[in-house]
Ligand binder design. Sequence first.
Ligand code: ATP
Ligand code: CA
Ligand code: CA
Length: 426
Amino acid sequence: VVLVGNLIGEDHVNYVLMYNMLTGIRIGVSRCQAKIKRPLTDEDFTARHKFSFDIVGNELTPSAKYDFKFKDYAPWVFRELREDYFHLDPADYLLSLTSKYILSELGSPGKSGSFFYFSRDYRFIIKTIHHSEHKFLLSILKDYHSHVKNNPHTLLSRFYGLHRVKLPRGHKIHFVIMNNLFPPHRDIHETFDLKGSTVGREYPEAKAATNPRAVLKDLNWINRGKMLELGPEKRALLTEQLRRDAEFLRKIHVMDYSLLIGIHKMERGNRDNVRRNTLKVFSPDIPMTRRATAAAAKGGTSPEAIAMRRAMRESDPKRLGHGKGTIRLPEEDTGDRRDFLFYQDEGGLRATDEANDPLDKIYYLGVIDILTPFSIVKKLEHFWKGLSADRHKISPVEPVEYGDRFFAFMKAIMRGGGGGERFKAE
Ligand code: ATP
Ligand code: CA
Ligand code: CA
C-alpha cells in the first residue's frame, strides 16, 4: 500500500506544533526508557517530567529549532502500560513516532476541534485533547491502569502516553498517543461510529454514496439492516468484554463514547486504495541528543539508540513530484496485535458464521472517545435537548443510562441479538 500525500512545509500552521510534539516525545520517552524498570509507586501516577527546549541545547536536551516546554505525565505508568499490557517494543514505539515522517488525515474528523495525526507506519494516533479531558485522564489513570491490567483484551482505547507542549506565548496543547484501530495493510470499506443513540445519529446516505471514507452512524447501521456477523464463540467473548468495559465506563462516569467499527471486505481487497491522496505528510527533522547519537554509533542497546540506528539504515521514501510525499505501508499483517483476542485476525476480528467458520470480512473495532465526563456542559445540553425529543433516545443521558443503552445496543446488533431496529425512535 502506497500512500501519497501533500508534503507539509515549515510554513504550515501545524508544522511547529508537530515538530515540538515529536521532539518532546523522543526526549521524554527515551529518558524514562533509559532507566531500569521498577515496580510502580503511588507517586508515579501523579508524576510529571518537565523539559525545556531551546536552540542552544545541552547534553540531555538537544538543540531544537524552536523554544518550547514539554511535559510528560506519569511516564512510568504509561511505560508499564505500553510494555507489560499493550506489548509494544520500546524501540519500535520511538521509531514509529519520531522518525522522519508523520501523517495527518485531511481535516479533523471530530467536531470537538481535536487534531489527529498518524505515525508514519499508521500504528499510532496522536490526538490533541481538551484540557478537561487531560485532567480527567489523569484523575482516572489508576482505575484505567487496573482495568487494563485485569482485562488484557479490553476494547477501550489504548493510551500510550499523555503529554503537553507549551509554546513561548503560554499557549498549551495537550495530547494523547493511542492505538489506531485500523490496520496499515487493509483498506477499510465501511466505517461506523455507534453510540446506541438514534436521535440525529445519521450520516446522509446521499453523501455516503460518493464518500467511501464517510463515518456512518447508528441510523445508517439500522437502516442498512446491518449485523455484526459473529458466530456463537466470538459473540460470547465480545459480549463479555463489552460488558466489562461498559461497566468500567459507567463507574468512571463518562459518556459520549462510541464503538468504532471498520469493515474490510476480503473479496474487495485493497484495490480501491481508499486512503490514497487523503493524507498530509509532515517530515520534520527531529533532533536527537548528542549522547544518543554517540550511543547509537557505538552500538548502544537503549531503545533510543536502537531506534536511531534503524532510522539511519532506512533510506528516504522517494518523492513523487513537487510537494508530494509518499509513504509505503506494509502489504502484510505485521503481527503486532496477535496477543489480543479481538485483534488477532490480521489485526482485527474475522467474521464467523453460526458454526464458527470464517466469513469474508474482518472487523476492526474498539471503544473510542472515552474521556468525556458527565460535566456541567453535558447536563445543560441534556436539559435543552431533553425538552424537544424523547429523553432516553438522545445522546446526552447520564453515564449509567448511557452505558446500559450502549451495551444493550451492541448486544442487539450481533447476530442472534434481535437487531438494532428496536432502538429506532418512533
Ligand atoms: P467528537 O467529540 O465530536 O465525537 P472527537 O474529536 O473527540 O470528536 P473522536 O470521536 O475521538 O473525535 O474520533 C472521531 C473519529 O476519528 C472517529 O469517528 C473515527 O473515525 C476516528 N478515530 C478516532 N479514534 C480512532 C482510533 N483509535 N482508531 C481509528 N480511528 C479513530
Ligand atoms: Ca466521538
Ligand atoms: Ca470527543
